[in-house]
Structures are given as C-alpha cells and as structure tokens.
Design a protein around this ligand. Structure first.
Ligand code: XMP
Length: 506
C-alpha cells in the first residue's frame, strides 16, 4: 500500500525541518526537500500535499511553478505564502526577511484550515505586511493589527497561505491548524507510525545489503545504538560493530558500552584502543572545525583499517540523525558546525553509507529504540557529540586536560543524578576553557583552569534553554570540583540559551 506523503519545500532558514516533524507527529510521513528540486523528481515522489516554507537569508529563492498544476493541496507558510501569492497574480511588497514576534490573529473567515480553532489566536508572525493584493480566486481569512493579509485561501484549488508559523511553540493552535490541513483539506488518513518505519527500514537494509558485510561505527550513543540494532535485526551476523575508544569519552564510559552491547544486546563488538593515535593527531590543533575534521577523519581511517582486517566490507552504518544533516549545512541552511559524522567525512572514503535514521529527530529515535527493546539507560542516555570531549576541551587537546575534564564532568553527572534532575535536563556536562586564573588554596596562590558547567533543557537540540539548576546543587558541584579535581581552582555556570549560543562550546 502506498504511504501518504507530505513534502516540505525548503526555501531556507533553520526551522523548516520542524514542520516535517510536526506533520509526522500527526502520523503522516513528511520529508523536506530543497526548493530547487527538479519538477520531475518532485513528481516522482507522488506527494499528497506540499508545504512551502522558509525565511530566506538572502535573495528570494524560487521553485518550479508547475507545482501549481500538480492538482494537490498546497500550504504556503511565511515566505512560502508570499512566493505563492506573487506567482499566482497577487502583489507582494518585498518578499523576504522580517522581524518576528507574538501577535493576536483575528480570523475573518473560517475556512477548512481554521475550522474549530476559535476566532482570536496567538501566533508567531513577522512584523510587516508583505502581501498587498490577493491573487485571483483567493479570499482573505485572517489578519493581525500590523499585517492585513495574514492568511488567505482558495478552497477550490486547495491552496492556503499563512504568514504565521504554525510549527512554532509560540503558536499554540499551530498543531490543530496543521491537522486541519492534513485531515480536513487533504483528507489524509494518518497512516504513518514508527512500527511501520522500523519494518520498512529493516526491509530496505536487507535489500540494500544483500549478503554483503556491514561495519557499524558504534559510539555508544543512542543514535548509533539504534542504527546498529536496526541493522542487526535486518542482517544479523553480517553486521560487525566496531567501537573506537578515541580517548575522548567520559569517565567509565567505554567499559559501560562494551558491557551493554555484549551482555545486554548480544551484539559482538570489536574494541579498538586508539587513544594515542587521536591525541597525537590533535597536538597543536586549536581550531574547532579543524579538530572536528581531524577526529572525523581519524575515525574513518581506523574503521577502514579494521575493515581491511575483517575481509571485504562494503557498507558503513552511521547513526546520523536529521539535525546533524541540517546543521552541517544543506543547500539552504548555513553551516553551523561540521558534525563529525556528516561534514567531517573525508571525500575518498571507501564505504557506502547506511544511515537509517537520517530523516528522524532524537525523540523519534528514542521511541524506535524503546520499540526495539534497547535498555532504557541507553535509550535515555544524554546526547554526546561524536568528537566527545575533543569539543569540550576548548582549543588544544592534551591528555592532562582530558583527565581534568573527565573528573570534573563525572562530578557534574553524579550531582545531577543525586539531585534527581537527570531526566528533566537534556544535557549536562563540564567544559574546560584554555585559560587559567589566580586563586588561593590552603593559604597558597594557585594558577589553574576554570571549569564551566553547561546544562540545557531542549526537545530536539535545535534550540535549548539553560537549565535553572538550584543554587545548592551548583554549590555542591563547584565545591567538589575545586576540591577533588587537581588543576582546577574556579567554576562558572553558563547561562546562555541556544540560539545565540550552541549547546557545545565548539
Ligand atoms: P550544538 O552544540 O550544535 O549541538 O548546539 C546540538 C546537539 O548535537 C550534539 N553534537 C554532536 N553530535 N556529532 C554528534 O553526533 C557532532 O559532531 C556533534 N556536535 C554537537 C550536541 O551534543 C547537542 O546535543
């Protein structure tokens, strides 16, 4: 049976993937594609509906106008609505970038999109009025005090446009509006679920791999663990998992990973101790991007060597998830950081990649992990970057700095767990900056490193708020760190959210 599909055409900006995610939360499979996808390629996907969205950083992106003759419903959001209005004969003042804010939306005309949502809505909307006149066939459906054309529709052709962002949390009825689009306008059934996704992925992996051997780059994090378990279910012993200890793991972590995989999941592991190799390649390297690239590349080289020892291997499994793909730079999103499992891959890599989680968000990956029976301590493990402590020891990485950071980080984790905060905080860890400051201990002057504590709350790592950890807990961490960790004389707490900060410091 053909699966329902809503395609999101990405006109730029960082939030469009949220739309795909919200649609999937409503049990309809959704995928985001670049705005300049060829018409033929788009047609071949045979979508049930299109969503045009974006907030172009520069220029005014466009897509093939034949989409209007596909005969399927289209929802334009923000710039997507402006683009749609201008192409269908409306007048648009200046399609482009606006300041956003919360505003009151007055519904003027209840169409299918606004069915049963009320008449006054709080929305996240650009402060401006880009659309001057409606295209023929459209009716005005909503306005705000500063935006006269905040929503429009042509119910005959099933074309809808909204200037506000239904996918944002600041638009509380946004999900209901998206549901109206899917179920009232498009008449979809909502036939997508994670169980089907698992079954299809397993089938796809079997087809792709055949009788060949697959190597899995296991990091011990939830993403690569779920990817490995999926592949293990698909091809069993054709999968060989390799765990590379790059020496940049948290205290005790490597031992835990080996136990979980071998004892609890029954997956055989090849353990590679590459601590020295990574450290020696990082000597004198201070630039964060260069560090990430070196760590990523060294990873692949180690895998290639292991593969050579194991005979002919054709595939490499990676736990790449959607935010990794987006943040490493798509055609329209700017590169923020090269996540080591995407942007850091060397071009001459010899494996073909299997990335079954490439389209998913973290919470979807966790749900799949639970469905696959992976132990909860692994499924709910806090996210940990591929380059590990290599991006938390800022600038140059040395064995001594890694030791300091591991000990401080262990204390942070212990105190968070002791305070019962480990489930509500998304990520909590220590960072070691490349500076020293003067302090005093036992009556003597010290000149040592500070430790920065970072703890954030997040849903998907795309945005995050700094966690309001109680003072007593911060106090206990700080006292213990300066007392127990040799080489540290000061502790600071990072109170920056994302954006403008990122979760990691590098
Ligand atoms: P940032 O620092 O960009 O991080 O706000 C977002 C999330 O991604 C994790 N992260 C990585 N994960 N490889 C990974 O697998 C990487 O290179 C990488 N860099 C950051 C980070 O811990 C956070 O959860």
């Amino acid at each position: 049976m053909r699966q329902e599909l809503v395609v999101v055409l990405d006109f730029g900006g960082g939030n469009n993937q949220l739309i795909a995610r919200r649609i999937r939360e409503l049990s309809v499979f959704s995928e985001m594609v670049p705005h300049d996808i060829s018409y033929e390629e788009l047609q071949a996907k045979n979508p049930d509906a299109l969503i045009l969205s974006g907030e172009p950083i520069s220029a005014t992106p466009t897509c093939d106008e034949r989409i209007f003759s596909l005969g399927i419903p289209i929802l334009g959001i923000g710039y997507g609505m402006q683009w749609m209005a201008s192409k269908l004969g409306g007048t648009v003042k200046a399609a482009g970038r606006y300041e956003y804010g919360r505003s009151q939306l007055h519904i003027k005309q209840e169409d299918k999109l606004f069915e049963n949502v009320g008449t006054e809505l709080e929305v996240w909307i650009p402060d401006g009025d880009p659309i001057q006149t409606l295209p023929e066939g459209f009716q005005l459906t909503a306005a705000t005090d500063s935006c006269a054309v905040a929503a429009m529709s042509d119910e005959q052709r099933k074309f809808y446009g909204v200037q506000f962002y239904p996918e944002m949390k600041d638009t509380p009825v946004g999900q209901k509006i998206l549901a109206n689009f899917l179920f009232q306008v498009c008449k979809l059934k909502g036939d997508w679920n994670l169980r089907d996704f698992i079954d299809e992925s397993i089938e796809d992996i079997r087809q792709q791999v055949g009788a060949k051997k697959v190597l899995c780059a296991l990091s011990g994090g939830v993403d690569s663990s779920v990817a490995a378990t999926l592949v293990h279910k698909a091809v069993g012993d054709q999968l060989i998992c390799v765990y590379v200890d790059h020496g940049l793991m948290r205290k005790g972590e490597s031992e835990e990973i080996v136990t979980t995989f071998e004892k609890k999941l029954g997956i055989n592991l090849v353990f590679v101790d590459a601590k020295e190799r990574f450290l020696s390649r990082l000597v004198g390297i201070r630039d964060p991007e260069q560090k990430r690239k070196i760590i990523g590349e060294t990873f692949i080289r180690v895998f290639e060597e292991e593969a050579a020892k194991l005979g002919q291997i054709d595939y490499l499994v990676q736990g790449t998830i959607y935010p990794d793909v987006v943040e490493s730079g798509t055609k329209t999103a700017q590169t923020i950081k090269s996540h080591h499992n995407v942007g850091g891959l060397p071009e001459d890599m010899q494996f073909e990649l299997i990335e079954p989680l490439r389209l998913l968000f973290k919470d979807e990956v966790r749900a799949i992990g639970e469905e696959l029976g992976i132990p909860p301590e692994l499924v709910w493990r806090q996210p940990f970057p591929g380059p590990g402590l290599g991006v938390r020891v800022l600038e140059e990485v040395t064995a001594e700095k890694v030791r300091i950071l591991q000990e401080a980080d262990y204390i942070v984790r212990e105190e968070i767990a002791r305070a019962g905060l480990d489930e509500e905080i998304w990520q909590y860890f220590a960072v070691l900056p490349p500076i020293r400051s003067v302090g005093v201990k036992d009556g003597a002057r010290t000149y040592a490193y500070p430790i920065i504590i970072r703890a954030v709350k997040s849903e998907d790592a795309m945005s995050a708020e700094w966690a309001h950890i109680p003072y007593e807990v911060l106090d206990r961490m700080a006292c213990r760190i300066v007392k127990e960790v040799n080489g540290v004389n000061r502790v600071a707490y990072d109170i920056t959210s994302k954006p403008p900060g990122t979760i990691e410091w590098e």
